[in-house]
Design a protein around this ligand. Structure first.
Ligand code: SF4
Ligand code: MG
Length: 334
């Protein structure tokens, strides 16, 4: 084992006509070879912006202000677009929520996968067709030689997401980033796609970053979890640590609001209050305004990461041995 990808102190902002939006504010994590890391958070937490930074797909209005994205011997945060193009879709591939946004409606699905193969692998036509058939079989599409001649609209939503996965896997990526890969699908298809991703991972050994708001999916898929809130990772640990030994009140809220089995939800619900304004993020804990455990120190000082095991960290004053000193006003003395 060893890290295939390391994100260090990443800061990303959007520049809008009304001001700077601090979308990602100092994010650190690593992705080990062959593992699935889930990044969990509400919309606006910075999870998608983090994944787009890795892919070099940030909007024009966004800028990486600080930090590194280490992939092998390269820093993707500083890589020119030209070199990024050689990596994107080949070494690092992405699966988006809605398969229709990644598929071209005017080309047969076979042609689209062949295009990817020809761009990155310089395969001849015959080898490329052979590879497409293999890939469609890998993602569980029956009669691949017939299916490859069909257009996206001739396939069901579940089939289309399988095609998108086949396309992402075309060049044997070392890292696969899946942003809400099953959110647009109904529950039965959702579990088939998750099964497929697990199987593909065990067959190909690819490392996966799974972006999701759905803790049910996390429990099913992930080895480790990073919980994001207000542009920061507030807790990270193994699935077991985060589900059973969580140290962060925001995680507690997420776990409490988990929809019941087989119930589908589009967003994380029922933690009262709203996320922080990322144009003017709080100087203390981003969750303080919604946290029922908030103390004075929480509003004044940003909590720092506390280690609870070699794999488990949380940023919360509640269980940080340093907090009493910070909480005490300076005038109180020794
Ligand atoms: Fe709540 Fe304070 Fe912990 Fe933030 S640092 S989660 S406000 S207890
Ligand atoms: Mg998103």
């Amino acid at each position: 084992m060893g890290a295939i990808l390391q994100v260090k102190d990443l800061e990303v902002s959007f520049y809008t006509y009304i001001g700077e939006v601090h979308a990602v504010r100092g994010v650190d994590f690593s992705l080990e070879k062959g593992e699935t890391l889930a990044i969990v958070g509400e919309s606006g937490s910075g999870k998608s912006v983090t994944s787009k930074s890795i892919m070099g797909l940030l909007a024009r209005s966004a800028r990486i202000k600080q930090g590194e994205i280490r992939f092998e011997d390269k820093d993707l945060a500083a890589l020119p677009e030209r070199q990024m193009q050689a990596i994107r879709g080949s070494e690092i591939a992405m699966i988006f929520q809605d398969p229709m946004t990644s598929l071209n409606p005017t080309l047969t699905v076979g042609k689209q996968i062949i295009e990817v193969l020809q761009k990155h692998r310089k395969l001849g036509k015959r080898d490329a067709v052979q590879r497409v058939i293999e890939l469609l079989a890998l993602v569980g599409i029956p009669n691949p030689d017939k299916r490859m001649k069909q257009y996206p609209h001739q396939l069901s939503g579940g089939m289309r997401q399988r095609i998108v996965i086949a396309m992402a896997l075309a060049c044997d990526p070392k890292v696969l980033i899946a942003d809400e890969p099953t959110t647009a699908l109904d529950v039965t298809i959702q579990s088939q796609i998750l099964d497929l991703m697990r199987r593909v991972q065990s067959e190909t050994g690819t490392s996966i970053i799974l972006i999701t708001h759905d803790l049910g999916v996390v429990a099913n898929m992930a080895d480790r979890v990073a919980i994001m809130y207000g542009g920061k990772i507030v807790e990270t640990g193994t699935v077991e640590e985060v589900f059973y030994k969580s140290r962060h009140p925001y995680t507690w809220g997420l776990l409490a609001s988990m929809p019941k089995l087989h119930e589908k939800s589009d967003e994380l619900l029922s933690i009262p209050g709203t996320p922080p304004d990322m144009m003017d993020p709080p100087k203390g804990c981003p969750f303080a305004a919604r946290c029922s455990y908030a103390m004075e120190v929480c509003f004044a000082h940003m909590p720092v990461q506390t280690e609870h095991s070699s794999t488990h960290r949380a940023a919360c004053w509640l269980q940080d041995p340093r907090s009493p000193q910070v909480a005490r006003p300076a005038s109180a003395g020794g």
